[in-house]
Design a protein around this ligand. Structure first.
Ligand code: B12
Length: 361
C-alpha cells in the first residue's frame, strides 16, 4: 500500500494532471483509434470527439481523486463509468484499456516519486471497471433510500413518476401530503433528493433522455420553491450565512435545500446558486457580513475549485469565518474538508445543519 503524500503535494500532482489533460486526452484517443479503426467506421468523427471528451473526463476525475487522496472515489468512478458505457452498448474492456492508456501516458509526464500514488488510485478504478459496473446501481439506491418499505418510499416513487411526466401539480401534492405526517427534512431528503437520485440512475442506465432529466429537475426546483413558502420563519437570528456552488459546478439543488433549511432554523441566508466567479462570492460574503459560508460541489473534478475558494475566503475574510463544505464530491474523501482548511462538512441535510451549528464531529 502506498503511503499518501501530504495534501499540498497531492494538490500539486492533481494540478499537473489537469495541466496536461487536454493534450493527453487527444494523444490517448488517437492511439486508441489507431488500435480500433473500426470505431471510426462505426461512429465517424463522433468517435474522435467522444473519445477526447471521455479521456478528458477520466483525467479530470483522476485529478480529483488524487487531490482527495481517495482511491475509493476513483473506484466509484470506474464502476459508474463502466455502468454508463455498458448501458450504451460499450463493453467494460474498452474502458479498462482506456484507463490503462491514461496510466501509461501519465508515467511520461509525472515526477518519478508521484507515479506510484497515481497508479494506486488509477488501479482502484480499473479494478472496479473490470467488474463491469456491477453494484453502481445499488450504491445509488442505498444513498437515497435507507428504508424501503415505509410510506415515504411510496411517496418517493409516486413523486418520481410525477416529475418524470413533468407534472408539477402532482409533485406538489405528494410533498404536501407527506408534510402532514413527516418532518420537513425527511420530505426533502427521502422524497425530493431520493427521487433526484433515481432520475440520475435512470439517465446513467440510458432509460431516460437528458431532456427528461432536465424536465424532472425543473419540477423539483419548483417544488423546493413551494416547500420554501411553508417553512417556518423564526424570529431569532442564529447567524448570517452565504451558500454557494463553485466555478465549474452546475448542480445546485442540494445547496438550495441546505440554504432553505438553514433559513428555517433561523439563519439569515443568501443563496448564490452556482457557477459564480469566486471574487463575486467573496464580495457577497463581505456584503452580507456572513458568519458562515457553505460551499457545495457534486462533481469530483470540482474539489480543487472548492479548495481555491476556501483559500480566497480565508485570505479576504480571515480565520473567524466558519467554512462548511459538502456535497456528493466529498462522499468518498472523508478527510478532504479538513485538508483544504474548512471547519466542517456534512453529507446530508441533518449533518449539514449540525455543521453550521458547530456540532459537527
Ligand atoms: C439534476 C442533475 C444534473 C443537472 C443539475 C441541474 C441543477 N439545477 O442542479 C445538470 C443537467 C446540470 C447535470 C449535469 C451533469 N451531471 Co448531473 N445529475 C443530476 C442528478 C440527476 C440530480 C442532482 C440532484 O438534484 N440531487 C439531489 C440533491 C439534493 O442531492 P445533493 O446535491 O447530493 O445534496 C445533498 C448532499 O450532498 C448535501 N449537500 C449538498 N451541498 C451541500 C453543501 C454543504 C455545505 C453541505 C454541508 C452539504 C451539502 O446535502 C444535500 C441534501 O441532503 C444527479 C443524480 C444524483 N445522484 O444526485 C446527477 C449526477 C450528479 N450527474 C452526473 C453527471 C455525470 C453529470 C454531467 C457530467 C453530465 C454530462 N455528461 O454533462 C454534468 C456535469 C455538470 C457539471 N460540470 O457540474 C452523475 C455524476 C456521476 C459521477 N460519477 O460523479 C450523477 C450522479 C448522475 C448519475 N447517476 O450518473 N446534472
Amino acid at each position: 500500500m502506498t503511503t499518501l503524500p501530504p495534501y499540498a503535494r497531492r494538490r500539486e500532482v492533481a494540478s499537473r494532471i489537469r495541466e496536461v489533460a487536454a493534450e493527453l486526452a487527444r494523444q490517448i484517443t488517437e492511439d486508441f483509434l489507431g488500435r480500433h479503426p473500426d470505431w471510426l467506421d462505426r461512429y465517424g468523427n463522433q468517435a474522435r470527439a467522444r473519445g477526447v471528451e471521455d479521456a478528458r473526463f477520466h483525467l479530470d476525475f483522476l485529478a480529483g481523486a488524487v487531490e482527495g487522496g481517495s482511491p475509493r472515489s476513483f473506484e466509484d468512478y470506474g464502476r459508474w463509468t463502466a455502468g454508463v458505457l455498458q448501458s450504451r452498448g460499450i463493453a467494460p474492456r474498452f474502458l479498462t484499456e482506456n484507463l490503462e492508456q491514461v496510466g501509461d501516458a501519465l508515467q511520461e509526464v509525472l515526477d518519478p516519486e508521484d507515479r506510484a500514488l497515481v497508479q494506486m488510485i488509477l488501479r482502484a478504478g480499473i479494478d472496479a471497471a473490470q467488474e463491469g459496473g456491477k453494484g453502481a446501481e445499488r450504491a445509488e439506491d442505498d444513498e437515497g433510500d435507507p428504508a424501503s418499505d415505509d410510506d415515504l418510499s411510496l411517496s418517493r416513487s409516486i413523486y418520481l413518476q410525477a416529475i418524470l411526466q413533468g407534472d408539477k401539480r402532482a409533485a406538489v401534492t405528494v410533498v404536501h401530503q407527506a408534510l402532514e405526517r413527516h418532518p420537513v427534512t425527511a420530505v426533502y431528503r427521502r422524497i425530493v433528493e431520493g427521487a433526484q437520485v433515481d432520475v440520475g440512475r435512470l439517465w446513467a442506465q440510458n432509460e431516460i433522455t437528458v431532456a427528461r432529466e432536465h424536465m424532472a429537475t425543473a419540477v423539483s426546483q419548483y417544488v423546493l420553491g413551494e416547500l420554501y413558502s411553508r417553512l417556518p420563519t423564526p424570529e431569532t437570528i442564529l447567524g448570517r450565512a452565504v451558500i454557494t456552488g463553485v466555478e465549474g459546478e452546475q448542480h445546485q439543488l442540494g445547496a438550495n435545500m441546505v440554504a432553505d433549511l438553514l433559513e428555517a432554523e433561523g439563519w439569515s441566508v443568501r443563496f448564490l446558486g452556482t457557477q459564480m466567479p469566486h471574487r463575486d462570492i467573496v464580495e457577497a460574503v463581505e456584503n452580507h457580513e456572513a458568519d458562515a459560508v457553505g460551499i457545495s460541489a457534486t462533481m469530483l473534478f470540482n474539489v480543487s475549485s472548492v479548495a481555491n475558494l476556501v483559500r480566497d475566503l480565508r485570505a479576504a475574510v480571515g480565520a473567524n469565518l466558519r467554512i462548511v463544505v459538502g456535497g456528493r464530491a466529498f462522499g468518498a474523501s472523508p478527510e478532504l474538508w479538513r485538508d483544504m482548511g474548512a471547519d466542517a462538512t456534512g453529507s446530508d441535510l441533518d449533518e449539514a445543519l449540525a455543521a453550521f451549528r458547530d456540532q459537527s464531529p
